[in-house]
Design a protein around this ligand. Structure first.
Ligand SMILES: [Zn+2]
Length: 289
């Protein structure tokens, strides 16, 4: 486990995720503790503990994240401790109270007024992130608004909800919204296909999802046909996978939905262009006749 966790992970973790970390509280709260030999020995004792504790007090930690105010990915660095309240102590970069509340602030490397704020709580059992502003949901890019022309406003909002949920550590819920969009696309294709004269509704309704996709292949984006298992993964996520598995797989499924919708957008653009050019060709032909 510890080999996967990086310093920054602690900050990127969703709210209320509990980290089982053993440390000696009074020592940890001591001013300048980060520079002591005792602190440095921590990593020999327990790498995970050391990583997490260091992530809270290391002045060199950097967070790479989209700055809401710059609207660009930026590096954020810890702000030198500026807390002066009496019950707050200071280390190089964090403020903490005797009750084990840790406060940390980061600034955007482009404009120091752009800030990120974090609050953690240390208990006898471990550490939990209890506060953050702006929230990670606010940092997330939303899906391309052009998708509204394909799936409508309501489904578009649902897609963005999936991003927000995964940012808050709700993996299974995020899968539900992705699956709904997937189902919407199948439904849309089904409606068009069923108007064809040779359509067999009985056969279609009895088919399993993979077969349905095959039946609708002329009406669906290629990516769905080539990756019929997407629906299966989303369903498995909802019924069998754990929250953390869903969170881990979310980026791939999110990208899959994007590829599908981008393909639809390309098709619409191409059709529009073909229509325009065909009309122009006809006009030219009429002129030179
Ligand atoms: Zn910024």
């Amino acid at each position: 486990m510890d080999s996967i966790i990086k310093l920054e992970d602690f900050y990127y973790s969703p709210l209320y995720k509990f980290f089982d970390v053993k440390y000696h509280m009074p020592n940890f709260l001591r001013k300048g503790y980060a520079e002591t030999e005792e602190y440095k020995k921590l990593d020999a004792r327990n790498k995970l503990n050391q990583l997490i504790i260091e992530s809270l007090i290391n002045p060199n930690i950097k967070l790479e994240i989209k700055c809401n105010e710059c609207s660009k990915k930026r590096v954020f660095i810890p702000v030198f401790g500026r807390l002066h309240q009496e019950n707050w102590r200071k280390s190089a970069t964090v403020g903490f109270s005797k009750e084990g509340i840790i406060y940390n602030e980061f600034e955007c490397s482009k404009e120091t007024k752009h800030r990120l704020f974090f609050i953690f709580r240390l208990t006898n059992k471990g550490i939990i992130k209890i506060g953050q502003h702006p929230s990670f949901a606010d940092f997330q890019e939303s899906f391309n608004p052009e998708y509204i022309s394909i799936i409508g406003n309501e489904k578009y909002l649902e897609l963005n909800k999936s991003i927000g949920l995964s940012a808050h550590g709700i993996g299974i819920g995020s899968f539900v919204y992705l699956r709904r969009v997937f189902e919407f696309l199948l439904d849309k294709a089904h409606k068009v296909a069923s108007t064809e004269s040779e359509w067999d509704e009985g056969k279609f309704s009895k088919s399993r999802i993979k077969e349905k996709i095959e039946i609708l292949r002329e009406y669906l984006p290629n990516f769905i046909i080539e990756n019929k298992n997407i629906y299966g993964i989303l369903s498995k996520g909802i019924h069998e996978l754990s929250e953390s598995e869903c969170l881990e797989f979310f980026p791939v499924l999110k990208s899959s939905i994007e590829i599908i919708l981008d393909e639809e957008l390309d098709n619409i653009r191409k059709k529009k262009k073909v229509n325009e050019i065909t009309r122009s060709i006809n006009r030219i032909e009429n002129k030179i006749r």
